[in-house]
Each structure stands twice: as C-alpha cells, then as structure tokens.
Write a protein that binds this ligand. Sequence first.
Ligand code: KG4
Ligand code: ZN
Length: 342
Amino acid sequence: MILLGIETSCDETAAAIVSADRRILAERVRSQMAIHRPFGGVVPELAARAHVERLAPMVEAVLAEAEVSLTDLDAVAVTAGPGLVGALLVGLVSAEALAYAAARPLVALNHLEAHALSPRLADPALDFPYLLLLVSGGHCQLLAVDGVGRYRRLATTIDDAAGEAFDKAAKLLGLGFPGGPAIEAAASGGNRQAVPLPRPLVGSAEPHFSFAGLKTALLRAVEGQRYAVPDLAASFQEAVADCLLDRTRLALARMPGARALVAAGGVAANRRIRARLEELAAQHGLPFVAPPLSLCTDNAAMVAWAGCERLAAGLPGFAPIARPRWPLDPQAEPVRGAGVKA
Ligand code: KG4
Ligand code: ZN
C-alpha cells in the first residue's frame, strides 16, 4: 500500500509518499517562517496563498522522487483540521482533485491523529496502548493512544503551549526565535536553581498544563535585573521541565496499561526535558520513545502514515471539510480558561 500525504494546516506546506511497510519514499516540507516573520505571527491569508503556490510543484516532486505515478497510489491522505481554514482548504481541494483523478479513496484526517500515530512510523516495535506527550508551539497535550482511532485526551493546556512559553520567554530575555533552542543554548551556562519561579499546577489533581503564570514570573525576574540571562534561561527551562514531568507522572498513574512513554513535538528536542522524561519512563519500567525530529514537527509523512494506519484498521477518512477546531477526543471535557488549543 502506498499513500500520498498532504499537510497545509498552518504555515508548513508538506507532501510525502509513504508505504505501509514504513518506508518514506519521498518527502518535502517547506516552512513559511520568512513570509510571516515581519508580521510577528502567521497571517492566514498569506499562508493560504503560499500553500497555493507551493503545493502542486511539491506533489509533483515527491511523486517523481518516489518514482510513482498517481495511479500507483492506493489513497490520498490529507489534514482536514484543526488549523487555519484557508490553509486547510488548499490541501483539501488539492487532495480531493488528486484522489478523483487517480480514482482512489481520499482519507481526510485529524492533524493530531497524525502526530499521535507518527511514532509508530519510526518504531515498528511501538505497540498500543502508549502515553503520548505532544509538546510543540501549537500543542501541549497528554494523549492515551489506545489504538488507531482510539484516543483519550488526558490533559491539555489551559493557556499557552509549552513551545509557545519557550518562545515568549526567549523574547523577554532578548534571545532569538524560535525560542526553545535559544533558551536551551543559553541555559547550558546557567544555574537551574538561581531564580525562584513558580511551577503552575504541579501537585494538582487537575491533570492540565498552564504556563502563563510562569511567563509573568519570568518577566518580573527580568525586570528586577538581579539575574544573569543564563541563570534565567536555566531556571525557566527547569520550571517547564518540572511542569511537564509532574503532569506526565499523573497521566501515567491514570493509564496503568501504558506500554511506553512517547514524546513528540518541537519541545521534545530539548535535551534536559528528554533526559528527565527518560528517567521517568525508567522509574515506571517503560521504554521511552522519541521519534526523530523531522517526524515530530509538522510534516506530511505522518499524515500519509496515519492514512495507512486508518485504512489497515478498516477505518474510513472523515468528510473532507476544513475544521478550524477539531478535538481528537470528542469525549474530552472542556477545560476552564481561554485560549485552549485544539
Ligand atoms: O513542532 P514544532 O516544530 O512546530 C509547531 O509548533 O508546529 O515546534 C516548535 C516549537 C517552538 O515553540 C520551539 O521554540 C520549540 O518547539 N522548540 C524547543 C526546542 N526546539 C524547538 N523548545 C525547547 N527546547 C528545544 N530545544
Ligand atoms: Zn502539529
């Protein structure tokens, strides 16, 4: 089985060809960071326009590199949400047209499902059920991945995603963008205990994340001018790590059958956070799995792979409608507070 995957939910245009035996035959990802940087955030209209310009040549390129034609495909998988409506529509209409031309099924799916299943593309030994910590600029969730199409959201963020917190903190400290790698680099010369910072929700029975208070506390510490940047960065990184660890520990306690602890998303690249998660998994006698970064950050191989998994499990795609908000677990209770992501 060979699938074409298409991803245009935000500011990355991506296409990939993946086979059911876990081979990525070709893949391309193009970031629009340079287009949006002057505006300090993603401009939806510009994102959609850039997808329109870039997607078709990209699909041609991956088909050529994989040496497959449209009719060699078994299906076309595409992200239908959550994301920016205009951006999603570009991927959806393109995928629909390609599937129609090839007379193959279209598998429209949830971007978070693609993240949830992507670790299995890299690691054939990874079996259900597992606990996934998905931490990036846009997501901060703990998901019980029980099987294909069976996900329970155990926790989400009340305010910022972890990567967003790193980005905002880096801005406060006058470090570059993206903030996570800049903070990690600055932290390597600092003292983790130097600056007293809060650990929002740590120890709470409420399973969720919150980073807004931490950011405000960092702002106060910066304004006080008593601390050096490396100490501020190291203390901030440790506070985020403590929050992620505590919430993950609670989720593990609520998921006794978990066979592995998996981390994905840009923040999972952080070496301190990775080391602490590895330690936590070992304490529970579980393997710690972190897929390569190219699979953790937004890409189309994970979309094609999620399509493979759905088809193999006999699950169809969803109606090809662009959905700006689309919780992966419809049973999940709404969380108090505003600005909750996906
Ligand atoms: O998954 P990703 O590449 O993109 C999306 O959010 O869609 O994640 C990017 C986020 C950024 O917020 C970035 O600051 C953070 O991941 N990040 C890190 C590190 N590398 C990237 N955070 C902490 N430490 C890192 N080494
Ligand atoms: Zn994503």
